[in-house]
Design a protein around this ligand. Structure first.
Ligand code: PGA
Length: 249
């Protein structure tokens, strides 16, 4: 049975003290069958990892570079992450695509490199508002997947989590309606099934991301193809994050 996951993407928020404070609050959350993850700044991954050593919250990276080492100022490699016990990373977040020019070609290198390094990935994708308005969203999402994760061998899929994040819903307060989320998640699962068969497509967790909050989480997570969420803003408030975790239980 596929995993239910709630992952908090902290983005470039929280200094060291704020990171420690929020983690101390998260430690009090009761977690049952849901997998919970947080992605703090790479600067504080080790601190977070140490603080959560005995807890059921996995610390994951927001990003990784596609090369293992070398003259790539400011970047972080899989080996570096693994050396501090981090084994999962986000790849392809829309903010990486938009502000750091990460296109499908680079993202394919990243996913290949991360998976061959033995890491798990949370691969993010989703259409822009203009694609939604012009009814091109299925086509755009299909292309994003076909150019990246759908090029991987079937054995890689036990290490892949997908995260559908319509760009128009990220940080905007506007959320995809439950039916918009469900139809896209079902479409994505079918794309995976067409390439690798039902066994793999039924096992892959597909998260929804984009302005998920306590007030809409239950409705979104109740869709049969929505296996949890990638949470931005609401993951910075422990009580909201707790509610969202409960909504997925
Ligand atoms: P949001 O961000 O929940 O603040 O919309 C989601 C994300 O970017 O992963």
């Amino acid at each position: 049975m596929r995993k239910k996951i709630v992952a908090g993407n902290w983005k470039m928020n929280n200094d060291l003290n704020q990171t420690i404070l929020l983690i101390e609050k998260l430690k009090k959350i009761e977690i049952n069958e849901v997998s919970v993850m947080i992605a703090p700044s790479s600067l504080f991954l080790k601190t977070a990892k140490d603080l959560l050593d005995d807890f059921q919250i996995e610390v994951v990276s927001q990003n990784v570079h596609q090369e293992n080492k070398g003259a790539y100022t400011g970047e972080v490699s899989c080996d570096m992450l693994k050396s501090i016990g981090i084994s999962t990373t986000l790849i392809g977040h829309s903010e990486r695509r938009a502000y750091f020019n990460e296109d499908d070609e680079v993202l394919l290198e990243k996913v290949k490199y991360a998976i061959s390094s033995g890491m798990k990935i949370i691969f993010c994708f989703g259409e822009q508002l203009i694609d939604r308005k012009s009814n091109k969203y299925f086509e755009i999402v299909k292309n994003q997947l076909e150019n990246t994760v759908l090029k991987l061998d079937s054995e890689c899929w036990s290490n892949i989590i997908l995260a559908y994040e319509p760009v128009w819903a990220i940080g905007t307060g506007e959320t995809a309606s439950p039916s918009q989320a469900q139809e896209m998640h079902e479409f994505v699962r079918n794309c995976v099934s067409n390439c690798y068969g039902d066994l793999i497509s039924e096992e892959v967790s597909i998260l929804y991301g984009g302005s998920v909050k306590p007030s809409n989480a239950y409705e979104i997570f109740s869709n049969k193809d929505v296996d949890g969420g990638l949470i931005g803003g609401a993951a910075l408030v422990s009580s909201d994050f707790n509610e969202i975790i409960k909504a997925n239980s």
